[in-house]
Write a protein that binds this ligand. Structure first.
Ligand code: NZQ
Ligand code: ZN
Length: 390
């Protein structure tokens, strides 16, 4: 076993640290006509937008606010129309994963020949590849998704109760500003979501099968230990710059591709979780914690060796045989999620036994019928995972 062949590409520049918003001036062309995108208003309330405007100086700009958490297709299409009517040539996203994901879609849709619904497949469009996008950048306000340094996005289709992802080599941000001080205004709920979203991103590319990918495994284990170690200090109002700096960079690293080139990747927990958010609006990260615990149980045979490695190297569990280590690792993970007030059972997020048929039907509708690193997670196994997570 060895690292699989890979083709790794990540062109996003990172401007990291206190006061880095002012560097925007250097990296956006002076003559650019900019559309600034943001969410429900936190960037106005907490002064981030004002700092961005100062940095932009006398460049021409307009604002597009109101991008929802779990960004909605129809809202984003309003920004696409605005770009087409008013002729913007650069987009600057200021916000969390939802604003950045939404901006990726807007950037691609503004240049897309034909109906942008066709960017998506899986029951809503034709799945045509993105060939071009407007240049865009981001100012990150919420460490969690790593959208600031990857090329993927997840868009919500309200009517169809679907959350569908897209990606392309053209939808990397040109640069992202990561100022840890921008996280000081985050409520505990979003801090906890960020810790666990990043934690599960690492697990999705780590809890598969061992292939002697030493750097990828070591990097993943360090990220997991870092999140565990920092979590008691990632508290609302506890504005320790060193803690927030490590937190922010760990979340970015968790899904910028650096930990996972050439290794098997799962992503079934995300696939099952997205159906729950589409169904009842649960925060993204809160759908992941119950599902990954159940996945570790239901797909024990496939994941056993890696879960034992996780027990030893992340949780420092050395006592007992492999079975004991496997069990202890699941328990430690559950205790960790509880310690940051995250759900460990679906009942805690409003999903009950009678909802499972619907969730499995939605997976089928979205062609999620062979999930996981081995494409072995059938609808029947997904059903077992939902049931085990109850
Ligand atoms: O909308 P505003 O008013 O800005 O408030 C937001 C929002 O209500 C608030 N917030 C953001 N920064 C803040 C702040 N409040 C106070 N202070 C700040 N500094 O936080 C709320 C949640 O924001 P959102 O962007 O929705 O959260 P998150 O960053 O967790 O993004 C979640 C979205 O990203 C997708 C998820 O599916 C979900 O749609 N994901 C994207 C991924 C990617 N592109 O690679 C991977 C992830 O697995 C995930 O699927
Ligand atoms: Zn996630």
């Amino acid at each position: 076993m060895a690292i699989h062949n890979f083709n790794f590409y990540n062109p996003t520049r990172i401007l990291f640290g206190q006061g880095q918003i002012e560097k925007i001036d250097k990296y956006i062309p002076k003559q650019a006509k900019i559309l600034i995108t943001y969410g429900g208003g936190s960037v106005k309330r907490f002064g981030t937008l004002a700092k961005v405007l100062t940095a932009l100086g006398d460049r021409q700009y307009a604002e597009f606010g109101g991008i929802e958490p779990n960004p909605v297709y129809e809202t984003l299409m309003k920004a696409v129309d605005k770009i087409k009517k008013e002729g913007f040539d650069y987009i600057l996203a200021v916000g969390g994963g939802s604003v950045i994901d939404g901006t990726k879609f807007i950037a691609a849709a503004a240049k897309f020949p034909g109906d942008p619904i066709n960017i998506f497949a899986k029951g809503v469009g034709q799945g045509q590849a993105i060939q071009e996008a407007l240049p865009f950048a981001s100012v990150l306000t919420l460490p969690a998704t790593a959208s600031e340094m990857n090329s993927g996005g997840v868009i919500t289709f309200k009517e169809k109760q679907a959350k569908l992802s897209f990606g392309s080599p053209y939808t990397f941000p040109q640069f992202s500003v990561l100022d840890p001080e921008l996280t000081y205004t985050l409520p505990q709920r979003q801090l906890n979501n960020g810790i666990c979203d990043a934690f599960v991103h690492v697990l999705e590319a780590y809890l598969t099968q061992p292939i002697e990918a030493m750097i990828q495994d070591g990097w993943s284990e360090t990220a997991l230990r870092t999140l565990i170690k920092l979590s008691p200090q990632i508290k609302e109002g506890h504005n320790d710059y060193a803690v927030r700096a490590n937190f922010m960079w760990t979340c970015t690293q968790a899904l910028n591709g650096f930990m996972s080139p050439g290794v098997p990747e799962d992503w079934s927990t995300h696939n099952l979780g997205h159906e729950i958010t589409a169904f009842n609006g649960t925060d993204h990260a809160k759908t992941l914690t119950p599902i990954i615990l159940a996945t570790m149980k239901v797909r024990k045979d496939e994941k056993f060796a890696k879960i034992v490695q996780y027990a030893e190297n992340v949780w420092q569990i050395q006592a007992g045989d492999d079975e004991a280590k496997y069990q202890a690792a699941i328990q430690a993970t559950e205790d960790f999620f509880k310690s940051v007030d995250m759900p460990v059972r679906l009942a805690e997020i409003g999903v009950n036994a009678e909802d499972i048929d619907y969730l499995v039907q939605q997976l089928e509708r979205h062609q999620m019928t062979a999930l996981g690193e081995n494409r072995s997670q059938t609808l029947e196994i997904s059903r077992q995972i939902y049931q085990t997570a109850l």
